[in-house]
Design a protein around this ligand. Structure first.
Ligand code: AMP
Length: 288
C-alpha cells in the first residue's frame, strides 16, 4: 500500500473504519513532525504490532503556553513524508489547526494529579492540551494500539492513566529513548542548538547516567542523586535547570527515597532551548 496523506477528520475516520471492517488492526504514532530516528523507532514498533500504521503530524497549539515556541517549532512536511514512506507508514493524518479546533471549540480532557510535578509544574496547561489532542486523535484514527516515546515519560504515564480511567479501547506502548551516539536524546528541538549549546546539552545525559550508576550502587537518597545531577548542569555556563526530580511511577510525585520503581527526570534550558530527558533506573530502558 502506498502512503496516503489525509487532511480531513471525516476522511480519516472513514478510512479507519473501512480498514477495520476489512479485519485490519491499526497502530497510531502521534507526532508533531520534523521527524527523527526517535519517531521512526516508534513506527518500527507500530509495524510489528499492527497491520496498518497511521502517523499523525500536528503541531498542537493547545499544548504550547504563552511565550513558548509554537510559531517557531520546526516544520518540514515534504521531508517527513519521505521519511515516513521509507519507514513503512501507511497513512499520515495531517490536519490544519482549524480542522482540529473549529470556531467555539470548548471541550478539554484533563487527567488530575499526575500533571502537578515535572513538566506540568513549569507548563501548567501543557498536559491538558496533550490529553485533549490525543483523545481526539484516538476518536479520529480509531487505533487498536498507540505508540509513544519514553522520552516524554510524564506524557506517557498520563496518557496511560487517561486510557484506563476513560476505558478507551486502545493499548498504549512506550518505546525506549533513542539517542545520538554521544547520548543526547533525539528531539526536534535539538535543531535550535548552536554548536557550543549542543556540546553543553550533554549535561542532561551525563547527569542522568551518573544518577543511574548511583542507584545501581544502592544509593537511595533522592537528594544526593539530585545534587549529583545538578553538579553536571552547573558545570556548563549556558545550562539552566528547570527541574531535577525523582518521582514514583504511580502519582509522579517526588519521593525522598528510591525504595520503589522511580523516574528520574530533568528539564533544562540550554541557551533558550528547553530540553528534557529521563531514566527509569532498575527497570529496563523500555517501560512497555
Ligand atoms: P513529538 O513530535 O516531539 O511530539 O514526539 C512524538 C512522539 O515521539 C512522542 O511519543 C515522543 O515521546 C516520541 N519521541 C520523541 N523523541 C524521542 C526519542 N528521542 N526517542 C523515542 N521517542 C521519542
Amino acid at each position: 500500500m502506498s502512503i496516503e496523506v489525509i487532511k480531513s477528520v471525516r476522511t480519516m475516520q472513514h478510512r479507519s473504519s473501512v480498514l477495520r471492517q476489512a479485519g485490519n488492526s491499526i497502530a497510531l504514532v502521534p507526532t508533531m513532525g520534523f521527524l527523527h530516528e526517535g519517531h521512526l523507532s516508534l513506527v518500527d514498533i507500530a509495524r510489528e504490532k499492527a497491520d496498518i500504521v497511521v502517523m499523525s503530524i500536528f503541531v498542537n497549539p493547545t499544548q504550547f503556553g504563552e511565550g513558548e515556541d509554537f510559531e517557531d517549532y520546526p516544520r518540514d512536511f515534504e521531508r517527513d513524508l519521505s521519511l515516513a514512506r521509507e519507514r513503512g507508514v501507511d497513512a499520515i493524518f495531517w490536519p490544519d489547526a482549524d480542522e482540529m479546533y473549529p470556531e467555539n471549540y470548548s471541550t478539554y480532557v484533563e487527567v488530575e494529579e499526575l500533571d502537578k510535578h515535572l513538566c506540568g509544574a513549569s507548563r501548567p496547561t501543557h498536559f491538558r492540551g496533550v490529553t485533549t489532542i490525543v483523545s481526539k486523535l484516538f476518536n479520529i484514527t480509531r487505533p487498536d494500539i498507540a505508540v509513544f516515546g519514553q522520552k516524554d515519560a510524564q506524557q506517557g504515564f498520563i496518557i496511560k492513566r487517561m486510557v484506563r480511567d476513560l476505558n478507551l479501547p486502545v493499548e498504549i506502548i512506550l518505546g525506549p529513548i533513542v539517542r545520538e551516539d554521544d547520548g543526547l536524546a533525539l528531539s526536534s528541538r535539538n535543531t535550535y542548538l548552536s554548536d557550543s549549546e549542543r556540546e553543553q546539552a550533554l549535561a542532561l545525559y551525563r547527569g542522568l547516567q551518573a544518577a543511574k550508576k548511583m542507584v545501581e550502587s544502592e544509593e537511595v537518597d533522592s537528594n544526593i542523586i539530585i545534587e549529583k545531577i545538578r553538579s553536571f548542569f552547573e558545570a556548563e555556563p549556558d545550562v539552566q535547570k528547570d527541574y531535577i526530580e525523582v518521582v514514583d511511577l504511580e502519582r509522579l510525585a517526588p519521593i525522598e527515597r528510591i525504595d520503589q520503581p522511580a523516574l528520574i527526570a530533568v528539564a533544562a534550558y540550554v541557551g533558550t532551548t528547553r530540553l528534557i530527558d529521563n531514566i527509569i533506573p532498575k527497570l529496563s530502558d523500555c517501560c512497555g
